[in-house]
Design a binder for this molecule. Structure first.
Ligand code: IVH
Length: 634
């Protein structure tokens, strides 16, 4: 006996298969029993085995794996994490802002043909090329198969509503990953089983003048839109807070708020970077999180003596920056968290800025051990409640911060005030001077009194101090006896290796360096070896200015001081001449001075009197007239 279907024409059967297919897989409201549907399909198969409609329900038509070039690149969104950056973004254009929640799903492009029919659906892929998912898109209820606009393109996000995700949450990490998998099913009807949703956020080729107009059009054509509204720039932060509050009341996961310049003319003026259009930005609810491995702990000592564990982690990309260090706040807290070394940890940047370990995912390494001695000064450590303290705080951190201060001053990095240095030291970001060279803008920004302009200037400044004259390098080490004068003399050796090998005897031979000072310098250089090695990873040495022949030449080892006005030349020129012949230009009078030169133009005052006094006290200082000095040079 013939079934009712067998009496139908091929065209009728095709239409019926298409319709019931959609009712079953897409709308989830079948009108006929499954058995009846099977009979319908069998009938069509017999009459027209190659009917394209059959392909809609079988796996054989899957185009998964094939790619297509996007009509225009599908860019990403710029991100920000605070009101200041959001305002800075909005300052660049005129007019209102269109705001929508940011849904964590998968971006897709839908192309419609000359009759307004859906001709292509593709994932974002690389942004330039995406994967074809046209058959699968037919199984997403909210994607219209036909629209009024000819040759248009709609872009939006495929996502899984939380109410659907509920039954998968045991097996899948989050709705986004599941949606991404679901849309690429080889068998498109399987895609339908995941009950994915779609919202449209962009319309191409429709000549709309505003985002609002695009939304009106999309709505009229049957697309779903997330709740959005046009707002004034002054309302941006308030709306962010409103959306933040509403987060848990929606049937989809949101991770921020998307703002767009409403005017399309403004959008075109703004243009785009290779990564994102400048007309839109996502203000994220929270810094992204990421897993990484905690490799080591260093102990950071504050001015007040608190010793804080600072975690060194494998670099992890969080909220747009690569993070390598994280404060663990205090020893007790780190212990309670179950920190081990190594450990697999989950990290975020709180408020999008401050790195934080949220939890230990797997802690199978060595348990955290408190140091017995202060890592900065070696004094005993004591544990009070959760906190570790150095028992001699006055001596340790303060002097370390002093060393950092000396370093930035000597090498000429302006802008690091004492407060900044304290914060950098206490956070563990800068434990010694070599750490300045690895500082990043994102690491400096959270510090008090640090704006973006200043941080960028500081980082650029540090970068420009990677080529240091040898004497500057030596002076910057912070060896108490190795000041500017001695650094200049040592610089005369021409390279660091030679200086490192000097012994006390050799150094003491140099005029103006006494035996005791020589011993302390040798000791200091030995102590600073690790610091020098660390610095040498970042800085290159250049020959010291004007001291290249210091230890050679007719004036080698002799020091000269000038007083009164010189007739034959300016004072700097005279000093340069002295240095070029191996001598040093002294900055003040002392018993170690060799020559005081009295300028022929008069005006010699206290220096001359002092030199005379020193001579009476038995010092070797000689007083030269300008003429005698010039003869000496000849
Ligand atoms: S507008 C650059 N609005 O987030 C294209 N995108 O992480 C302008 N997204 O590539 C997109 N919610 O796929 C826009 N309300 C929303 C969005 C949204 C989620 C996606 C979009 C974008 C990605 C960046």
């Amino acid at each position: 006996m013939k079934t009712a279907w067998e009496k139908r024409s091929i065209g009728e059967l095709e239409e019926a298969v298409h319709r019931h297919n959609i009712l079953y897989f897409v709308k989830h409201k079948p009108e006929i029993p499954d058995k009846e549907f099977d009979r319908l399909v069998e009938t069509l198969k017999k009459k027209k085995p190659d009917s394209p409609v059959l392909a809609e329900i079988g796996s054989d038509i899957s185009q998964i794996g094939k790619t297509v070039k996007h009509s225009t690149q599908m860019l990403s969104l710029d991100k920000c994490y605070n009101e200041e950056d959001l305002k800075r973004w909005a300052d660049k254009f005129e007019g209102d802002v269109l705001v929508t929640p940011k849904i964590d799903g998968c971006a897709v492009a839908l192309r419609y043909g000359a009759k307004g029919e859906l001709t292509l659906a593709a994932t974002r892929g690389s942004g330039v090329e995406g994967e074809i998912i046209t058959p699968n898109a037919k199984y997403v209820k909210e994607i219209p198969q036909k629209i009024g606009l000819k040759n248009g393109e709609v872009r939006g996000e495929i996502y899984m509503p939380l109410s659907v995700f509920k039954k998968f949450e045991e097996t899948f990490a989050n709705p986004r990953n599941l949606a991404a998998g679901a849309i690429k099913q080889k068998d498109p009807k399987k895609t339908g089983e995941y009950r994915l949703s779609f919202f449209a956020y962009d319309l191409l080729n429709a000549n709309c003048k505003t985002e609002e107009e695009k939304r009106r059009f999309l709505k009229k054509e049957g697309f779903s839109l997330v709740d959005g509204k046009r707002i004034k720039k002054s309302e941006m932060q308030r709306v962010f807070e409103e959306y933040y509050e509403k987060q848990n009341t929606r049937d989809y996961e949101t991770d921020g708020v998307v703002y767009k310049a409403n005017s399309v003319i403004e959008q075109n003026d703004l243009g785009a970077t290779a990564h994102h259009p400048r007309y839109a930005i996502a203000y994220k609810f929270q810094g992204d999180s990421g897993q990484t491995i905690l490799r080591d702990i260093i102990w950071s000592v504050s001015r007040t003596g608190t010793i804080t564990p600072v975690g060194m982690v494998d670099p992890v990309e969080l909220s747009g920056a690569s993070v390598k260090r994280v404060s663990l706040h205090n020893y007790g807290l780190a212990k309670k968290m179950g920190i081990t070394i190594p450990a697999k940890v989950l990290m975020v940047r709180r408020g999008g800025v401050i790195p934080n370990i949220e939890k230990v995912i797997e802690g199978k390494g060595k348990p955290l051990q408190a140091p017995k001695k202060c890592p900065s000064c070696g004094a005993p450590v004591e544990l009070v409640d959760d906190f570790l303290y150095c028992t001699n705080p006055k001596k340790c951190a303060v002097s370390k911060i002093g060393e950092l201060d000396h370093f930035v001053k000597v090498i000429g990095i302006d802008g690091f005030g004492r407060k900044h240095l304290e914060q950098l030291y206490e956070s563990g970001l800068v434990k010694d001077s070599a750490d300045f060279y690895t500082l990043k803008v994102e690491e400096l920004l959270p510090l008090e009194r640090m704006g973006e302009t200043l941080t960028q200037k500081l980082v650029a400044n540090i970068e420009s101090r990677k080529k240091l004259p040898l004497d500057t390098f030596l002076q910057a080490l912070g060896i108490p006896e190795l000041g500017k004068h001695v650094a200049k003399i040592l610089g005369g050796f021409g390279n660091l290796d030679k200086i490192r090998k000097l012994n006390q005897e050799e150094l003491a031979k140099i005029h103006t360096i006494g035996e005791k000072t020589a011993g302390m310098i040798v000791e200091g250089l030995k102590e600073k070896r690790p610091l020098m090695d660390a610095l040498l990873k970042h800085v290159k040495m250049e020959p010291p200015k004007g001291v290249g022949r210091l230890l050679k030449g007719p004036l080698a080892g002799k020091s000269f001081l000038f007083t009164g006005s010189l007739v034959a030349m300016e004072r700097p020129k005279a000093q340069e001449l002295v240095e070029s012949k191996g001598g040093t230009a002294a900055s003040g009078i002392s018993k170690n001075l060799d020559y005081l030169v009295v300028g022929g133009g008069g005006g010699a005052g206290s220096k001359l009197n002092k030199a005379k006094q020193l001579q009476q006290d038995g010092a070797k200082v000689r007083i030269l007239s300008e003429n005698e000095f010039i003869k000496m040079l000849e």
